[in-house]
Design a protein around this ligand. Sequence first.
Ligand SMILES: Cc1cc2nc3c(=O)[nH]c(=O)nc-3n(C[C@H](O)[C@H](O)[C@H](O)COP(=O)(O)O)c2cc1C
Length: 391
Amino acid sequence: MKLEPIAKNVFYVGVNDTSRKMFDAFLPLSEGTSYNSYLIEGSEKTVLIDTVDHIKSEELLKNLKQVKKIDYIVANHAEQDHSGSLREVLKKYPEAKVLTTAYCKSMLIDLLHIREDSFELVVENQEVSLGDKTLRFIFTPWVHWPETFSTYLIEEKILFSCDFFGAHMSNKNIFVSDNESENVIKQAKIYFAAIMMPFRELIKRNLEKVNSLELEMIAPSHGPIYKNPELILNAYQSWTTGENKDKVLIPYLSMHGSTEVLVRDLEKKLRAENIEAVVVDIEKEGMLGIVEHLVDSRFVIVGTPTMLNEAHPLVVLTMNVIRLLKSKIEFVGIIGSYGWGGRTIETIENALGDMEKEYFEPIMIKGLPKTNDLDEISKLIEKIISKIENN
Ligand SMILES: Cc1cc2nc3c(=O)[nH]c(=O)nc-3n(C[C@H](O)[C@H](O)[C@H](O)COP(=O)(O)O)c2cc1C
């Protein structure tokens, strides 16, 4: 690949990973991902911003084929999908110094065994001159690890934000194009929910810092680059500070179809009341269909059969994830089917832990629901409507 310019003497040298189907062994990827790396050629110094996952080292080095010298490699984040090729890059460019913070350095030594003498440490707002271009380091902790920071290229007004503002997509286009912006924001929302949401409060502070910069571009480390930074900044603003919607998320699983009868009745009746309902079959979709709705749903009604005395283990796992991601769900209902008895409700409540929320009366039906069992669903809808009306 030739160097792909994104601004004068600034190049995209990242790689796509179209075959990756899962991230962090929990989030299914519908569009693969990319590991973005950028090269900046100043009049005196050349810098590489982040590297790529170890499995793509060779491709990165191929992209850098015509680059004779690298003076610095900025490591904005110690995670292996961005720093995993540091060793290979340092091997090819042994004179390069890794510019990073003391915290990130210690993590890079722990995680990747980078040699102690490879580093040059930077502090918040420090500027490093590349000749006609200048880097400034903007500390943006907890997006999504404690050591994360961003790098601002002052003259070009580009923020290299690493995982902050990222989206798991392989890049057909390096820049967000008008006709794909809706999908990019959807993918960025999934990414936000799965990766950033647990740190929502800290992200608000980081957003303020970013908003105070003059920006022409935001160049994250996954997914396309924003030439219109407002697009992603406004989206992050609403995901971190916006109101919840009167939306009912219904994650469910049904081994033999009985729980599904309740779920479909609930969905039909909610729609009849013009209430937004998002039904997700956990078995088929896993977390992918769920996470983006955890950002802004007020209601979760979970559907589960009883299995081995408890809620189905995949449903329990999903509830654990809802707790860990610190969603702002306000109301929870449990519906499902059982054969003879068990601690289904208790296992769901335990998995959701001490999240602030109010429970509706659960609806557990023995076997296949009968017509009069569905009256219970109508009563649940009335309770949901009352919560919406009394908001
Ligand atoms: C592997 C397995 C384990 C089960 N364990 C229990 C149980 O411990 N307690 C219970 O009441 N029902 C148990 N059941 C019965 C189911 O809960 C019951 O058939 C229910 O109607 C299934 O709902 P579904 O069709 O939505 O999957 C079990 C069913 C299966 C397949």
